[in-house]
Design a binder for this molecule. Structure first.
Ligand code: MBD
Ligand code: FE
Length: 299
């Protein structure tokens, strides 16, 4: 039986419908809640309500939105972070980066972490080749890790990862690529120097096997990332840097699918055709050589 205004409901209250506006939702937060949490949730609720009012979704559309987020979460595991990818393609990862970009000038800037960082990559001695599938154009990456005064940072740790020559990370092709292909952890020497062998990265499409890649397709956006090597460089007493090296000849430098390109991160890839130098690295000529220093800001 439908209730009329004169009926009384649970608790002896007259029939009424509660106000569920953003203001009422936010006013219900307690007194001794973390002020930052309060601020964050108030802003989220306010903007989310505003978006829903503007969109006026049907029930089906709202359920589709929930399903999209559920699938995004179900895609996440230790080697695939679909929510990071969502943040990346919406420009939010780089927005957060720019808000927190307070490094002294000269320090190597951050860029996007991306969805394919894996903790615990193989540890290699300096000079090792991280390419285990034999594909691609051999490349030596070498340089120094220094502080903002140009002093070496001995013992800095460099974690590097990239796609193979077919455009896939090892974890996207388990059972196809050798495990740990094109990932490695190196420790800089007493002069802060590092060097290792890899292959020249290529531009490649962000994965279309998940909800975020499919969304890009439906939005008519190209999925290509500018060719890059990922790095995380850490050392005690210094701010860690999560960054990339980009190749200079990539057609997507100006329109990276995740907006991650910064001019200062585009490296010079030199083609070296000197058999003597190739031999020193245990390679055949010609090969690519990248000279690249990382400059760490004080912690
Ligand atoms: C990548 O390899 C990547 O680095 C980012 C940021 C997003 C998708 C795939
Ligand atoms: Fe990447």
């Amino acid at each position: 039986m439908a209730m009329r205004p004169s009926d009384t409901g649970p608790g002896g209250l007259a029939y009424f419908q509660e106000d569920s506006s953003a203001e009422v939702v936010n006013a219900r937060m307690g007194e001794d809640v973390s002020p930052r949490l309060k601020q964050v949730m108030a802003a989220l609720v306010r903007h989310l309500h505003a978006a829903v009012k503007e969109i006026e979704p049907t029930h089906e559309e709202w359920l589709a939105a929930i399903r999209f987020l559920t699938e995004t979460g179900q895609m996440c595991n230790a080697w695939r972070q679909e929510f990071i990818l969502l943040s990346d393609v919406l420009g939010v990862s780089m927005l957060v980066d720019s808000i927190n970009n307070r490094r002294p000038s000269g320090a190597t800037p951050n860029t996007i972490l991306g969805p394919f960082f894996v903790d615990g990559a193989p540890r290699y001695p300096l000079g090792a080749d991280i390419c285990r599938d034999g594909k691609g154009e051999p490349t030596v990456v070498r340089g120094r890790v220094v502080d903002t005064h140009g002093q070496p940072v001995p013992g800095a740790m460099l974690d590097v990862w990239q796609t193979n020559d077919d455009g896939f990370y090892d974890v996207q092709q388990q059972g196809v690529q050798p495990e740990g292909n094109l990932r490695g952890v190196f420790e800089a020497d007493a002069d802060g120097r590092y060097w290792f062998k890899t292959v020249k990265p290529r531009h490649y499409p962000i994965p279309s096997d998940g909800p975020v890649g499919q969304l890009l397709g439906r939005l008519g956006r190209h999925p290509n990332r500018a060719a890059h090597l990922h790095f995380i460089v850490t050392a005690p007493g210094h701010q860690p840097v999560i960054t990339h090296i980009f190749t200079p000849d990539c057609p997507y430098l100006g329109e990276d699918a995740v907006f991650g390109v910064k001019q200062e991160l585009v490296a010079d890839f030199q083609k070296v055709d000197d058999p003597e130098e190739a031999r020193r690295y245990g390679m055949a000529a010609p090969f690519w050589r990248v000279d690249w220093d990382f400059v760490l800001a004080p912690a």
